[in-house]
Design a protein around this ligand. Structure first.
Ligand code: ADP
Length: 801
């Protein structure tokens, strides 16, 4: 202590009391140790009691540290550290230790190290004092410490007599079992043991204890005050009296509920993992079996797309070493060269995007035969969604593919057949139709004979119409029907369609009423096709309405969300009606509703199918309504985008195309030099007569050779040519004449398919007319051409020939 140290300082004061001696004497008389260390932990002073303990003189001890004095190494280390701690912190250190001196004295010591401060406030020395503890104090201290430990322990620490009476009870026990110390002490330990366990456990534990043995980490179940069970781990030790006789037991109980739960959870997790592994092994085994017996080719590929594994079926198919000839990228050598680039491109796309791979290609079998396969692959993904590998299958679809090709071939053949058939059926109609038309106008033929001719003409036209329907149908089914929309007046087109059925209706005594109420009747539509739709509906109405009935055609506008209203056309008849169940079916090709097998009305059941296809292509809708059999029918056509029709086009061609009847032109007004090429003799004859009568100068040719000869001798304004000629096609002729003479032409053909028309246009024809030729249409065209070539020769020498 500083006080004591300062008194030591005074001792150096000359002329004062010899305090050094006095204090030395005083210190030597105390049984406790007093000593001083320098900053290095070396003794600079030790009182007599301490020197006696060591058996040294002060001179011998001075300058030594604990190590030099042979203190046990660990203790010396601790003491040395504590001295340094005091120097560093300037604070007191209190501790205790057992120590046996070199002189053989055993003891238990309490010591205090105090800092001795220099004038500058730093610690100049450490002053120590050690107190020798009595035996009693020691055991009291130990008991106090132990009690503190017991009390603060989380574990339940309980002691009991050999008879099982509880003698002590800590906080941990109170927390674990729910009894307070007062409640527990004096009670039998059996209150904590479930009935069914008592006989099984307690006698054995007591037996152990009596024999002085410990029971360690014994896991069991104990009862709480509230009757609930708790999992505990028990460690039980015997308690002995002074003579060493076992008088009781101390018991440490640890709550292991959490651990038990964790263990159970772990057990379950292990079980699950085991089950999953077993299931996976099972699945793998099943997969292996499937892969072995299946006729599918199965393979897996890495995420980069190289083949890693292929099943036996692959080996069978290629009959080669899978390892070297198929796996990796080698498989590509078996893909048909024509399919390879598409196959690889698609594979790359899938590898890049992870999208399912699905394509068809041909693979070469071991015998060199290529067979079609449907190849599919699916990406297998890892936990983060990354592709781990690809799983693929190849399905042999060769038979299917061949059947499909066959079906496509036969469908093409059917269309070709229908086209040929219609051509064959139409060609003979042309001369008949034209002859009838010309004779009907011939004043020299008696009137009644001319009426008969009119009947013939109408019937032939009807037959031609059926053939057209068949052709239309093949076009619709192949998506080859194209609309040529232009601005039209719907009312004009409806009137034209009405004119076409007027005669038949009049003949049957059917009245036709018209209510054109639509104010917006301008539409952008294909006029010919629209007219065809309305004509079909009117024709059916006339056909299915008995004599004396009525047909009403009406138009009106329906408002629409898109702005422009739609135009609604309704054709209402008082005829035989339609079975409501058949209302939607009648729009299917070849469906004749309830009339199937009834030959009274004729027809092929194509009209409505074609009408619906046309209306659909215009973005409209067609529906049928009927109150039932005998109650008449209503057909409704809705077409979007109706506008007020302003455009009476100034251009007569436009007008003609819009369906307005072309103004009657005097026949003498136009005269063209025409080269007419046709190998069908009677057609050639009739046509050239009609054209000549219309005021044109016609040179007739039966072959390409004839035509080219004629063209080399004299100039022509236009060529009118059949396409099927004995020495080539009209297309070749047109191309040649266009090149050599700059001529244009009109093609005549029984073939009216879109592709045929396209080919004519390419060859240089300005128009393509389908046989039987509508002579009025041909005449109209020639007038247009005449205007173009600047001929308006009213006084032309051949005009009246
Ligand atoms: P087709 O008239 O050549 O049989 P459509 O396709 O024009 O072919 O008509 C299909 C069927 O719809 C007809 O066979 C008939 O049963 C029924 N149908 C069409 N229009 C009417 C109508 N106005 N009244 C009664 N039935 C009709």
């Amino acid at each position: 202590m500083p006080d004591r140290a300062s008194s030591l300082d005074h001792a150096k004061n000359p002329g004062a009391l010899d305090l050094r001696n006095i204090s030395e004497m005083a210190l030597s008389h105390i049984a406790d140790f007093v000593y001083v260390f320098d900053r290095e932990g070396r003794f600079v002073y030790a009182n007599k009691a301490l020197l006696d303990l060591w058996g040294l003189t002060l001179e011998q001890a001075a300058g030594r540290n604990f190590f030099d004095l042979q203190y046990p190494h660990e203790l010396a280390m601790r003491l040395q550290a504590q001295i340094q701690q005091v120097i560093k912190t300037g604070r007191q250190v209190k501790d205790e230790t057992p120590y046996t001196s070199p002189t053989g004295r055993e003891g238990y010591y309490e010591y205090i190290f105090n800092p001795y401060f220099a004038a500058d406030g730093s610690v100049a020395a450490v002053v120590g004092s050690t107190h020798i503890m009595t035996e009693r104090k020691r055991s009291e201290d130990a008991a106090r410490r132990l009690a503190a430990i017991v009390e603060s322990s989380q574990d339940a620490i309980v002691s009991k007599t050999l008879e099982g009476i509880i003698t002590s009870w800590n906080q941990g026990a109170a927390a674990l079992f729910g009894y307070s110390e007062e409640e527990a002490v004096g009670k039998p330990i059996s209150v904590l043991i479930p009935q069914e366990l008592y006989d099984k456990e307690e006698p054995e534990i007591i037996d152990h204890i009596r024999h002085g043995r410990r029971v360690e980490h014994f896991e069991t179940v104990r009862l709480r005050k509230d009757g609930s069970h708790v999992n505990v781990s028990l460690t039980i030790s015997p308690i002995r009296d002074e003579e060493g006789r076992v008088v009781g037991a101390s018991k440490i109980a640890r709550d292991i509920t959490e651990r038990k739960l964790a263990e159970e959870k772990l057990g379950r997790a292990r079980q699950q993992a085991d089950d999953a592994a077993a299931a996976a092994a099972d699945a793998a085994e099943r997969f292996r079996l499937v892969a072995e017996v299946t006729s599918l080719q199965i393979w897996t590929a890495s995420s980069e797309g190289t083949l890693e594994w292929a099943n036996q079926e692959c080996a069978n198919y290629f009959q080669t070493d899978l390892e070297t000839q198929v796996l990796g990228s080698a498989w590509a050598q078996f893909v048909h060269p024509d399919d390879l680039s598409v196959t690889l491109d698609r594979w790359r796309v899938s590898l890049g995007s992870g999208a399912r791979y699905e394509t068809e290609f041909r693979l070469k079998r071991h015998d060199g035969v290529y067979r079609w396969f449907l190849v599919r692959a699916e990406a297998m993904r890892g936990p983060a969604g990354e592709i781990t590998r690809w799983f693929g299958t190849n399905t042999d679809i060769d038979a299917l593919k061949n059947a499909q090709n066959e079906a496509e071939r036969s469908s093409r053949a059917k269309d070709a057949f229908l086209a040929t058939l219609s051509h064959e059926l139409r060609t003979p109609l042309t001369p008949v139709l034209m002859a009838a038309a010309s004779m009907r106008e011939d004043e020299r033929i008696p009137r009644d004979a001319r009426e008969q001719l009119g009947m013939m003409e109408r019937n032939i036209a009807l037959e031609a119409r059926l053939i057209d329907d068949m052709l239309d149908l093949t076009r619709i089914s192949r998506g080859q029907i194209h609309m040529r929309p232009k601005a039209c007046d719907a009312h004009t087109l409806i009137r034209l369609a009405l004119e076409m059925v007027q005669d038949d209706a009049r003949g049957k005594g059917i009245r036709i009423e018209q209510h054109f109420a639509a104010r917006h009747h301008g539409l952008v539509i294909d006029p010919a096709r629209f007219q065809q739709v309305i004509w079909n509906l009117l024709r059916n109405a006339v056909k299915f309405t008995p004599a004396g009935g009525t047909i009403t055609i009406l138009t009106r506008n329906q408002p629409s969300a898109e702005g422009a209203p739609s135009l609604r056309v309704e054709v209402v008849d008082s005829g035989i009606g339609i079975d409501p169940a058949k209302l939607d079916k009648i729009f299917l090709p070849f469906d004749q509703g309830s009339l199937a097998g009834d030959h009274r009305y004729g027809g092929l059941g194509l009209g409505l199918a074609i009408a619906r296809a046309i209306v659909d292509l215009h973005g409209g809708a067609i529906t049928a309504q009927s109150g039932g059999t005998g109650r008449g029918s209503t057909f409704i056509v809705d077409l979007p985008g109706a506008t007020a029709f302003t455009g009476e086009s100034a251009d007569p061609a436009e007008k003609a195309r819009a369906g307005a009847p072309a103004e009657e032109q005097p026949e003498e007004a136009v005269s063209l030099r025409l080269l007419l090429v046709e190998d069908h003799e009677s057609t050639l004859r009739v046509l050239s007569r009609l054209l000549t009568r219309a005021g044109h100068r016609v040179v007739a040719a039966g072959s390409i050779a004839d035509a080219r000869r004629a063209a080399s001798i004299q100039p022509f304004d236009l060529v009118i040519s059949d396409l099927g000629l004995p020495d080539g096609t009209g297309l070749e002729l047109m191309e040649a004449l266009r090149k050599t003479h700059g001529l244009g032409g009109i093609a005549l053909s029984g073939y009216g398919m879109e592709a045929d028309i396209e080919r004519s246009r390419e060859a240089g024809f300005i128009a393509h007319l389908t046989k039987p030729v509508d002579f009025q249409q041909l005449k109209g065209m020639l007038e247009e051409v005449a205007k173009d070539v600047g001929l308006h020769a009213t006084g032309h020498p051949w005009a009246k020939s």
